[in-house]
Design a protein around this ligand. Structure first.
Ligand SMILES: NC(=O)c1ccc[n+]([C@@H]2O[C@H](COP(=O)([O-])OP(=O)(O)OC[C@H]3O[C@@H](n4cnc5c(N)ncnc54)[C@H](OP(=O)(O)O)[C@@H]3O)[C@@H](O)[C@H]2O)c1
Length: 269
């Protein structure tokens, strides 16, 4: 039996983590969300499983995360096996580059800060607050869901000028993961950053014709980086491979603190 804390489970990759992991009734899943009532209804309607707890917590709110950790601790006798930092912000500004964003420096600054707040600082709070439980758990695995686009190599190979605040905040997340690993590896905690590949969650669905064109331009850059890229994978398949890697990875196997694709290879797409 294993216990999992996953943040950002209302939809997409996060919901699929909950779905797949809760298939084993011996697992206990704690899904952290911003709208508890809505996600509880969705989980009851679509999964209806008793081993899922939906807990209120915004990843940017350390007090809410502390309360969530108390709830988890009360239900697990003070232990936790896995944390998955999945929640993320990828705003519509992802479709353009610094040339466009620089037209409004204040908005650019706020956009950058908001991406860091959710994608970098959020996981840092999450890991710090739940680490005492992890240290008492058996698996001792802490995972950040990152993205290949945070790797300068991908940006340079495809000249991918888009998704700027998002990529920067995820690159900082990868460094936070390395720092957590440097601190906790000797205590037996595996901290790792995993890219799930491009996943068809609709997270960057475009609404206007103009955004559609910008989306196609980004897709063209992805093809430039990886000519065989055909489009995003099914959420189910991506999550399955992330979980396989997560369960396989060990400190002794060389996975401590690294950023790696779910396929363990490149290209990320
Ligand atoms: N989809 C892809 O192609 C892709 C590729 C590479 C990496 N990733 C990474 O995979 C992860 C999941 O992506 P996705 O496509 O499933 O994203 P998504 O569909 O946009 O879902 C994001 C999730 O994060 C939650 N969230 C956002 N801000 C939050 C906050 N402040 N506090 C708590 N929860 C918050 C959202 O909850 P609400 O419902 O409350 O908004 C939602 O559950 C992300 O880390 C993303 O960066 C995705």
């Amino acid at each position: 039996m294993s216990s999992y804390v996953i943040i950002g489970v209302s939809r997409g990759v996060g919901f699929e983590f909950v779905r797949q992991l809760s298939e084993n009734p011996a697992n206990t899943i704690f899904g952290l969300v911003r709208n508890k009532a809505a996600v509880e209804s969705k989980v009851a309607a679509e999964l209806g499983r008793k081993n899922i707890h939906i807990v209120q917590a915004d990843t940017t709110d350390s007090e809410a995360l502390k309360k969530a950790a108390e709830y988890v601790s009360d239900n697990t006798n003070g232990t936790l096996d896995y944390i998955i930092a999945n929640a993320a912000l990828q705003a519509k500004t992802a479709l353009v580059g610094f040339d466009t964003l620089s037209k409004d420096p204040k908005a650019l600054e706020e956009d950058l800060i908001e991406h860091y707040r959710v994608n970098t600082i959020g996981p840092v709070h999450l890991f710090n607050i739940f680490m005492p439980l992890i240290l008492k758990g058996r698996a001792k695995k802490v995972i950040a869901i990152s993205t290949g686009i945070s790797d300068p190599e991908m940006t340079l190979k495809g000249d991918i000028f888009q998704a700027t605040p998002y990529s920067m905040s995820k690159a900082a997340l990868n460094m936070a993961v390395a720092k957590f690993s440097a601190l906790y590896r000797e205590k037996g905690v595996l901290v790792i950053s995993i890219c799930p590949g491009a996943v068809d969650t609709g997270s960057l669905q475009t609404e206007t014709e103009e955004d559609g064109k910008l989306g196609m331009a980004m897709f063209e850059r992805f093809k430039r980086y990886s000519p065989t890229f055909q489009g995003p994978a099914k959420t189910e398949d991506s999550v399955k491979s992330v979980l396989a890697l997560l369960h396989k990875a060990t400190i002794d196997g060389g996975y401590a603190g690294i950023f790696i694709s779910h396929t363990e290879g490149k290209p990320y797409l």
